[in-house]
Write a protein that binds this ligand. Structure first.
Ligand code: AMP
Length: 218
């Protein structure tokens, strides 16, 4: 199965993607994680990507589509969950073309939905573990010990793009660039909207229902 998650930053895509991969055996492609990893390398591509990430801007379509094509071509027999890709109509069309090349297609496009104020509050309070990648929220999902990862005891970090000015910019870009995907996937008949308020388990249940329905159809 091929599925994707989209929604504004901070809506909980990464958390749901982790839960989905554990439950259904998806291989997750988080373009944000891939880019952060590339940005941490001292290469010219890494430096270029850092600029976009710190400004809250989208990385150009050519760079990201290349990365995705390589990823898909190395995993032609796996169930893939795209997390944070596509983010523009061009990327969505490219993804369809890439999948077609390998005789595959998307079955499910899930949009996670939250109000803007909730998104801002979640992002300002988001922390992550730089060692194991676990995500926390100081208000809704705090670590047991202050600022320390429950799993590996590493000190938690704040993403550099999780500050209010950059967050507002990322939300604006989401409205302009990513929201048109709703219509695109509605037209292809694979769109599902999920209310992302509430506990992660409740949201996961709603998503699972949709995935289960597709698995039963196959
Ligand atoms: P995320 O971790 O999904 O919030 O992504 C963090 C940042 O990575 C975004 O603000 C963008 O700068 C960049 N990024 C991630 N995915 C994409 C994509 N599909 N297209 C362009 N830029 C992306």
């Amino acid at each position: 199965m091929m599925a994707l998650l989209f929604g504004p930053p901070g809506v909980g895509k990464g958390t749901q993607a982790d839960m989905l991969s554990r439950q259904y055996g998806f291989t997750n492609l988080s373009t944000g994680d891939l880019l952060r990893n590339e940005a941490s390398q001292d290469t010219s591509l890494g430096k270029k990507i850092t600029h976009y990430l710190n400004q809250g801007l989208l990385v150009p379509d050519e760079i990201i589509c290349d990365v995705v094509e390589k990823y898909v071509s190395a995993r032609t027999d796996q169930h893939i969950l795209f997390d944070g890709f596509p983010r523009t109509l061009t990327q969505a069309k490219n993804l369809d073309t890439i999948l077609q090349e390998f005789g595959r297609s998307l079955q499910v496009a899930l949009e996670l939905h939250l109000s803007e104020e909730e998104v801002v509050s979640r992002l300002i309070n988001r922390r992550y573990c730089p060692q194991c990648g676990r995500i926390y929220n100081l208000l809704t999902n705090p670590p047991r010990k202050k600022n320390t990862c429950d799993g590996c005891q590493t000190e938690l970090t704040k993403r550099t793009d999780d500050n209010e000015e950059v967050i507002r910019k990322r939300l604006h870009i989401y409205d302009q660039e990513t929201r048109p995907l709703v219509k695109y996937y509605q037209e292809s008949g694979i769109y599902h909207k999920i209310d992302a308020h509430g506990f992660k388990e409740e949201i996961f249940k709603k998503i699972s229902k949709i995935i289960d329905a597709h698995i039963n159809k196959e």
